[in-house]
Structure formats: structure tokens, C-alpha cells
Design a protein around this ligand. Structure first.
Ligand SMILES: *Cc1c(COP(=O)(O)O)cnc(C)c1O
Length: 370
């Protein structure tokens, strides 16, 4: 049996550190915000190469507050990709703005930067690229266009902790970068958590106020805010895990290199884009193959579980039909959705497990054709 993702080995490897950190918070009885959260903010901002981090209770909250801090609201349009988790779209709608989708690039599977300008209208306020699977979007054309047209760039870096573009970390290139620490993410809490990072002290100040009921000081509510505060236990866990993140990322990248070379030899599939400009952190190791469902069935029969990120693009999800897009609106994203398969990927995966996954993937097309 090879699971798509297992968190057990990671916990066992640092159990002493995690249990001690959680115990420290329990003993302190300081459970929300406070010292642990402030320390995590400082450490995570430094990790991202950004001046400020604001810790919140989920990646979705980080996206919502990023949009609000940037002053985006009803009547505004935000350009993003339909090949993402629904949270990206939902956060734009929470702010009152309208998501405008742009199709993806067939090689990187991220927003197609050559199609963004055509989607800009007088109402456009922001571009919200998603760094899908841990590969950053092509940021130079995005920030260049944003500067020329007076737009804000908000990065959805929920899958891209430590990813780089031309040596700069995810989250630090746009005006604001948003992260999720959902347990399965590359940096995962023991529960729900998220953060946004920014170099702009005004955005940081606004987000800090909005996450805690819009208070400028206790019981002085100057804007309508939210309860989006981070728990101290999550911050304490994240501080421990942040120290291990580079080693875990190195392991993911080594596994991806093995997958790449074995799969390329088997000539079975399209592997993730590789380019010296990017440091991919492989939150997800996705391949693209014509007979995806046959491959998936064969893997499952062999005891190997896989994922799909994502099998239905957001514009074709029932909940978002009212945005007015139908089938055929984004053909690249739609064909990717039919052909993408996410193979097992986590730092503790072994070379034998990777070889076994590849051997089953390589056999699948022949079986389907027979
Ligand atoms: C996980 C994820 C989110 C949402 O994060 P939560 O912490 O689950 O709210 C947003 N965008 C992307 C691309 C994600 O993968």
C-alpha cells in the first residue's frame, strides 16, 4: 500500500519537539494570538523574505483579508485562474468583488500570462495568480503588467511555501502573499491555520486589525472585522515545523527528480515543468496523461492512492455556475482537469515506493489500449 499522503511518519520523527511545544502552550494558558503567534510571524516573514507576516486561522481567511486590506470590494474585478482550489474564488466573492478567470498555460498549468491583459477592464483592481502544486506563476510579466495598469498583485501561495522565482520566495513578489497551513500543506499545522505576508506596513496593519474584529485597541472597533485569529498551539507547532521545512522540501524535490527521470524514460506522461527560473516545492507531483482514469484504476488496484488537483475547474463547479462561464470557456484548464493525476508525494516516501508507482503508471496505457 502506498498512500497519496501520510502525515504519520513526519509526526513520529519530531514527536518530542511537537509534544513539548504544545505542552508549553497548554501550561501558558495563552491560547489565542500572543507570544507564540508573534514569534511565528517574525520567523515566517523572514523565511519568505518579506517584512511582515500576519497569522490567521486559515489560508482562505488570509486571501479574504489580503483583498480587504488592499481595499478591494463590490464592483471590483479580480483576475485569477479557474485551475485552483475553490477557496481562491470563494475569497474573492467574500470580499464582494467578481472573479474573472483566465485560462492556464499548457506547460506550467498556472495562469497564462499572455492572456491576462485581454481580461483587464476599467473595473479590474487586482491579479491573483495561484502557484499551483508549488510551482510559482511567471511573476515578472504579471508584476510588469500590474505596474503598467495600476493593479495590485496578490499571490495565492497556499501550495508554495519556500517556492522561488528568480531567487525570490513565494509571497514576497506581489503586494501580498497568502499561505495555508492546512495539515496536508508543505508547512502544515495540527489543525487549521494560515498567514499573509507583505512588505507594506499599511497592508499588514489593516490585516492585523481585520483579523481581530477591526479593533484599533481593545473595544475600539474602527472597521467591521472578523474572528480570523491564529491559535497559539498552531503557531507553536508551525515554529517547530518551520525549522524542518527546508529538509522536507529537499526530500520532495529529490523524489520529484526521481519521478521525472523514471517517467521520462518510460515516456508515459507529461511531467511537471522544469526551468532554472523556478524552484518547485512539489506540494503536489502531478502528471498529465491521456488515459488518466485507466491509470488511476490500475494504481488503485495495486494499492496506490492518487489525487487530482483538480478534476473540475472552478468555473464548471455547480456552486459557481452563476459566474456565467460554461464548458469550453477555458479549454486548456478543462483538458488538464480531465488528464491530471497527482502521484504519492511526501518527504518520507522511499525510492522503492516511487519505482513501484512509476512501474504501474508506465503499464497503464498499454492495458487500456489492449
Ligand atoms: C489550501 C488552499 C487554499 C485554502 O487554504 P485553507 O487553509 O484550507 O483555507 C487556498 N488556495 C489554494 C490554492 C489552496 O491549495
Amino acid at each position: 500500500m502506498i498512500p497519496f499522503l501520510s502525515l504519520r511518519e513526519q509526526y513520529q520523527s519530531i514527536k518530542g519537539e511537537i509534544d513539548a511545544a504544545v505542552g508549553r502552550v497548554l501550561a501558558s494558558t495563552s491560547f489565542v494570538l500572543g507570544h507564540e503567534v508573534e514569534a511565528f510571524e517574525t520567523e515566517f516573514a523572514a523565511y519568505c523574505g518579506a517584512r511582515h507576516a500576519v497569522a490567521v486561522n486559515s489560508g482562505t481567511s488570509a486571501l479574504h483579508l489580503a483583498l480587504l486590506a488592499a481595499g478591494i470590494g463590490p464592483g471590483d474585478e479580480v483576475i485569477t485562474t479557474p485551475m485552483t482550489f475553490v477557496a481562491t474564488t470563494a475569497a474573492i466573492l467574500y470580499s464582494g468583488a467578481t472573479p474573472i478567470f483566465v485560462d492556464i498555460d499548457p506547460v506550467t498549468w498556472n495562469i497564462d500570462v499572455d492572456r491576462i491583459e485581454a481580461a483587464i477592464t476599467p473595473r479590474t483592481r487586482a491579479i491573483l495568480p495561484v502557484h499551483l502544486h508549488g510551482l510559482m506563476s511567471d511573476m515578472d510579466p504579471i508584476t510588469g503588467l500590474a505596474r503598467r495598469r495600476g493593479l495590485i498583485v496578490i499571490e495565492d501561495a497556499a501550495q508554495a511555501h519556500g517556492a522561488e522565482y528568480r531567487g525570490r520566495r513565494a509571497g514576497s513578489i506581489g503586494e501580498i502573499g497568502c499561505f495555508s497551513f492546512y495539515p496536508g500543506k508543505n508547512l502544515g499545522a495540527c489543525g487549521e491555520a494560515g498567514a499573509l505576508v507583505t512588505n507594506d506596513p499599511e497592508f499588514a496593519r489593516a490585516a492585523r486589525m481585520l483579523r481581530d474584529w477591526g479593533q484599533a485597541s481593545k473595544y475600539n472597533h474602527v472597521v467591521k472585522g472578523y474572528n480570523y485569529r491564529m491559535d497559539a498551539i498552531q503557531a507553536a507547532v508551525l515554529r517547530i515545523k518551520l525549522e524542518h521545512l527546508e529538509a522536507w522540501t529537499a526530500a520532495r524535490r529529490a523524489h520529484a527528480a526521481s519521478y521525472d527521470s523514471l517517467l521520462t524514460k518510460a515516456n508515459a506522461v507529461q511531467v511537471p515543468a522544469r526551468d532554472g527560473v523556478y524552484r518547485h516545492v512539489y506540494h503536489v507531483y502531478a502528471v498529465r496523461l491521456a488515459r488518466r482514469d485507466a491509470a488511476r484504476r490500475r494504481l488503485e488496484a495495486a494499492g496506490i492512492t492518487c489525487g487530482m488537483h483538480y478534476p473540475v475547474p472552478v468555473h464548471l463547479q455547480a456552486a459557481y455556475r452563476d459566474l456565467g462561464y460554461g464548458p469550453g470557456a477555458f479549454p486548456v484548464a478543462e483538458s488538464f482537469a480531465r488528464e491530471t493525476l497527482s502521484l504519492p508525494m511526501y518527504p518520507e516516501l522511499t525510492a522503492d515506493q516511487i519505482a513501484e508507482v512509476v512501474s504501474v503508471v508506465a503499464e497503464a496505457p498499454q492495458e487500456a489500449a489492449a
